[in-house]
Write a protein that binds this ligand. Structure first.
Ligand SMILES: *Cc1c(COP(=O)(O)O)cnc(C)c1O
Length: 358
């Protein structure tokens, strides 16, 4: 029998979330960010479900190749830009638009043959200090791009927020102010907002919003789930109980014997572990659903298996469905318990998990 561990991808939730993003940013076009294999949901599958998006954002040229091979015709934007001259030819073949965030990319573009036109987004560093031109270098970079006959104008402008998940953040206000100041006399469409800014910073929406997490129904806003914003989780991670055992009080469960049974009790074993991408550092007490009822992880999560406290679910049997996250158990709750964000959890699902579309 096949391993019962599966990631169920809800195409209707993806579509619903896209329409929610559109409602929240009615004057903006939507770039669907599908990097990291669509935040772990499957690149092609996600792109099919989100076919109504105005553009797609990726981090790797190989993702753009996959999208074009699948027949996707919308603009594709390489969010971290290209790395070497050969990438320019490939971007032209694939009609991929690129972010320009560094001097070295400008130089490669200036040395490239005239040829198929390229559409560029100029990235400005307004305070995150990751990628982008410094405010004082922005106009020079813009002018150099405009001088290139093979760059189609007007160049578009973007910035990325460091703290938009805080809806009252002095840093975000300052990034917004600085972006507007630097770009005041530059033509071209603007894009500032990621998912959290779509939800909490309407004044930042600009011409294009770049929605990642929101499309998958995942929030990174502290203490709030995607559902709190009207979004629907696009992934259910599920498996089954493959063993139910009576264990005596005082006995210890799993590797390093970290959890002691306080009484005689039933312990369930589910066919999922960190080899599937479930976080090993999810502590005892992390919730799971067994047959739809809430139970808790006990002991260490191991590579293929986890152990579950079945007190409170006396009817639990081998074969019962176990849900690790999904519409009835927010991935944000599991992420909180494991000290991370929902994005990391969905991105970490491994290849042995069977993906099913529902
Ligand atoms: C990943 C990414 C996004 C999307 O961020 P979310 O928080 O998932 O919406 C937007 N813009 C850039 C440049 C990114 O790298």
């Amino acid at each position: 029998m096949a391993r019962p561990t599966s990631a169920i991808i809800h195409a209707d939730a993806l579509r619903h979330n896209l329409s929610q993003v559109r409602q929240r940013s009615p004057h903006s076009r939507v770039m669907a960010v599908v990097k990291a294999d669509g935040y772990g949901h499957g690149l092609e599958r996600v792109a099919r479900a989100l076919g109504g998006a105005d553009a797609f954002g990726v981090a790797a040229l190989s993702d753009a190749e996959r999208l074009r091979a699948g027949g996707l015709s919308q603009p594709i934007v390489l969010l971290s830009g290209f790395n070497e001259p050969a990438d320019i030819a490939r971007m032209r073949e694939l009609a991929v638009d690129t972010v320009i965030h560094h001097q070295s990319q400008l130089e490669m573009l200036e040395q490239a043959d005239a040829g198929e036109p390229l559409a560029c987004w100029l990235k400005l560093d307004t305070g995150m200090h990751r990628l982008g031109f410094q405010p004082e270098a922005a106009h020079d970079a813009y002018a150099r791009l405009r001088r290139l006959t093979h760059v189609v104008g007007p160049v578009r402008l973007l910035n990325h927020f460091a703290s938009s998940d805080e809806f009252d953040s002095a840093q975000t206000r300052e990034q917004l102010r600085l972006f507007n100041e630097i770009t005041a006399d530059l033509p071209g469409e603007r894009s500032l907002a990621n998912s959290a800014a779509i939800l909490g910073w309407p004044q930042s929406h600009g011409d294009w919003v770049r929605a990642g997490g929101a499309l998958y129904g995942i929030s990174v806003v502290d203490g709030r789930t995607g559902a709190d914003f009207g979004l629907r989780p696009a992934m259910t991670l599920a498996t089954r109980l493959i063993s139910v055992n009576r264990v005596r009080g005082g006995e210890r469960i799993g590797y390093s014997a970290t959890w002691e049974c306080p009484e005689d009790m039933d312990v369930g074993v589910a066919a999922i572990g960190y080899g599937d991408g479930y976080p090993r550092h999810a502590p005892a007490g992390t919730p799971v659903l067994v047959g739809g009822q809430r139970a808790q992880v006990i002991g260490r999560v191991s590579m293929d298996l986890m152990t579950i406290d079945l007190r409170g679910i006396p009817e639990a049997r081998v074969g019962d469905p176990v849900t690790l996250w999904g519409p009835d158990l927010p991935v944000e709750t599991i992420a909180d318990a494991a000290g991370t964000i929902g994005y990391e959890l969905t991105c970490s699902i491994t290849r042995r998990v069977r993906f099913v579309e529902a």
